[in-house]
Design a binder for this molecule. Structure first.
Ligand SMILES: Cc1ncc(COP(=O)(O)O)c(C=O)c1O
Length: 460
């Protein structure tokens, strides 16, 4: 750290503390502590204003799937800014990037999810999904079929409606959410936490799915429009569903004519080893939300894919579909996304190279299971979680809840590793292009931070 860099850091922190309201932040605490100033990034590392290199095991916010320093994406964005920096898609116009990207997404999404609506964030795409479901059922002459069922611990975004889909109480209580018409079921499909002692994986999957059927029957199938779920729950604590869960959910949705909506904002684009998490789990959604990895996080762009039944109903309506955003299909964002999709293939990130490295990542993080404060290691593809407990047999947590995760995250941050703490679950979602030696570094840093956390909490 030089005097110049520390003056610069202080200057930025002062500006930030004076004027910047951060998402998901306790502001007075941040202002006391000062934000770390991130000034650059390359590969799987970010760099702070003091010159410290940090291994970003969260791919930013689960989005920089191909890593940083992607010149090809910079060039795609630059070219688009130069040629056609903006035009909207409202007034019977389109742009080549928007049209080409819609076709490329339709090609990659499973089954007949061939009708693509663009927005700028996962939350906006999910808000769009709610509105289009309501619109669809109005067009079908089913004005009462509007309720949407989600799950406790789900995360679907933070606009009013996306926060209502979300099943995290911290996002509800102080914000007058969820709004009427949104329902959250449990148990959350994570066997380590919610299966009964001795319950088989299949029985647990059936019990989770039964909760959906029970809720549909309680509300009346004529009143239930859709069920939404992340193939693997991300921000709620990386909950990996039991085998057979999604097939059972699909069967219930079919039985009651309920739309099955996959939120793939995290699970999309190679995160679970396939283009989409629904392919990894072998089920066919009727609607699918994507964002984040769609542009490698380089541009704010998201999309909602609809199947033929919903898409054709909307297309054949005699009404204007009065919904959309200034930036729907933004040509610069769409150009970067097109190049991103190409890179997933040419780099092998979604393919053999990605699979080899994700197997290695999964194998290495599972070595942490022997650590005295690790209750479970779970994950799929490039998603990994380490749940911290005070007692492995009873699975009880350190008190207060979340203190172990918080301590571990702080140790990671000061040791040059970004891992996220959701309560007492340490989460990782590294770029798909992380090398084996970088995975080793991640493993060693995390193990040493677990040791430090254990020392803090037990004095051992
Ligand atoms: C599954 C899921 N859906 C929706 C969102 C919201 O996306 P955004 O933050 O782009 O609005 C997120 C964000 O992490 C997410 O994980």
């Amino acid at each position: 750290m030089t005097e110049q860099s520390s003056n610069f850091t202080r200057h930025i922190q002062e500006l930030d503390n004076a004027h910047h309201l951060h998402p998901f932040t306790t502001h007075h605490a941040l202002r006391k502590k000062n934000p770390r100033v991130i000034v650059g990034a390359d590969g799987v590392y970010i760099k702070d204003s003091e010159g410290v290199k940090i291994l970003d095991a969260m791919s930013g916010l689960w989005c920089v799937n191909l890593g940083y320093g992607r010149d090809e994406l910079v060039e795609a964005g630059r070219k688009a800014l130069d040629e056609n920096p903006y035009y909207n898609t409202f007034f019977q116009t389109t742009t080549p990037p928007a049209a080409v990207l819609a076709q490329k997404i339709a090609e990659k999404t499973p089954g007949d999810l061939d009708h693509i609506f663009f927005a700028s964030s996962g939350s906006e795409a999910n808000d769009t999904g709610i509105k289009l479901i309501w619109y669809y059922n109005n067009l079908k002459g089913r004005p009462n079929k509007k309720a949407i069922i989600s799950r406790k611990s789900a995360y679907h975004g933070s606009t009013i409606m996306a926060a209502s889909l979300t099943g995290l109480s911290g996002m509800h209580e102080k914000f007058d959410c969820p709004r009427p018409g949104f329902h959250h079921i449990e148990p959350t499909p994570c066997a380590y936490r919610f299966a009964e002692p001795g319950e088989s994986e299949e029985d647990f999957a059936s019990r989770c799915a039964q909760a959906l059927e029970d809720k549909i029957l309680e509300l009346g199938a004529d009143n239930v429009a859709a069920f939404i779920g992340e193939p693997i729950m991300g921000a709620g604590g990386l909950m990996v569903p039991p085998t057979g869960y999604w097939q059972k959910i699909r069967a219930i949705c079919d039985k009651y004519d309920v739309i099955l909506w996959a939120d793939e904002v995290i699970c999309g684009f190679g995160r679970t080893g396939s283009w989409f998490g629904s392919q990894t789990y072998d089920f066919q959604p009727d609607m699918l939300t994507m964002a984040k990895g769609l542009s490698n996080g380089y541009q704010p762009i998201s999309a909602l894919a609809l199947n033929d039944e919903i898409g054709h109903t909307l297309i054949n309506a005699d009404y204007e579909m009065a919904h959309g955003y200034t930036y729907s299909g933004h040509p610069v964002a769409a150009s970067v996304a097109i190049k991103t999709l190409e890179l997933y293939e040419t780099t092998g990130a979604i393919g053999e190279a990605g699979a080899e490295h994700s197997d290695y990542f999964q194998a290495r993080i599972r070595e942490l299971a022997d650590h005295p404060i690790v209750g479970e290691v779970r994950g799929v593809g490039f998603l990994g979680a380490v749940e911290l407990v005070s007692d492995k047999d009873s699975k009880s947590r350190f008190q207060p809840d979340g203190s172990a995760g918080y301590a571990c995250r702080e140790h990671c941050f000061s040791s040059g590793l970004i891992a996220r703490a959701v309560g007492d679950v340490m989460i990782m979602a590294p770029p798909l292009v992380i090398s084996k030696s970088e995975i080793d570094e991640l493993y060693e840093k995390l193990r040493s931070c677990l040791d430090k956390t254990w020392n803090d909490l037990t004095g051992a």
